[in-house]
Design a binder for this molecule. Sequence first.
Ligand SMILES: [Zn+2]
Ligand SMILES: [Zn+2]
Length: 316
Amino acid sequence: MESKSTYQILAYYFYTRIPDAEEFTQHHLKYCIELGIVGRIYLAHEGINGTISGTKQQCAVYMDDLKSDPRFEGVNFKIDEVENPAFNRIHVRYKKELVYSGLKYIDPNKRTGKHLRGDQVQEMMNMEDVILLDVRSNYETRLGRFKNALTLDIENFREFPEKVKELENLKDKKIITYCTGGIKCEKASAYLLENGFNDVYQMHNGIIGYAQDTGGKDFEGVLYVFDGRVSVPINTVNPVLIAKCKKCGDATDRNLNCANVDCNEQFNMCEKCSEVMEGCCSEECTHAPGKREYNGTGFYSKPPVAIAMLNGKLDS
Ligand SMILES: [Zn+2]
Ligand SMILES: [Zn+2]
């Protein structure tokens, strides 16, 4: 990607103890509004997780400021260049757990799977006793996943512990877990270790980190992301598409939320069919009272709140 872009996206997470997390959340929100960045930040007693967007200068200030707090000294930012800020407002919220898994008691700072860089993953991924385990949700893996990866049919990460029971026969294998940016794997790999899997690894910084290290070789399809971009192509080496249009069956890189707000189902549909279906998943939804006007992307952000205006450059 050529870096003529004015804006950046920062993705980061860090497990660290924040005893005053509720209070810190309020301060951090105020700080972010003053700085003018947009995005989503979650804080918990166990750490921080954020995806934010702003100008390069705003992002540089944010990174410096966060790292200057000893609790966040070790945080590691994944930086992406973008044409436009990927969010239209800022959320800073306190949560009981960074990624809800029901595994609140697990502290990845005590024990977690070994982190592997992209080149190390590549060295191992095709070996016979190695399993690449995708711990993301089904709508994510439908759009993109590693060749030969084991995927789980879960809608939410909280179903992960239950699914592990079905993996009993893999206890003697080397397991490499992966997710989008790495955060889920901190706990997923720790949970596997705790449940008798002996040789557990995790993709350092997730698929995003792997792609930055290797060009994304052997990642099939596109990467689902939780912002206005919906998905991003990350394999520049041997890209293919794996998702199929729900209507015509053609390969597509598109994921939509149904335009019927009462349905809101996620599905894959090519551009042409989406126009015909007005962004709906089914004929039925096109007649539903809750049908929104199809916006051409199938990503509907909530009504913008008048905070965190980014240099007046926000789309309406
Ligand atoms: Zn189609
Ligand atoms: Zn629908």
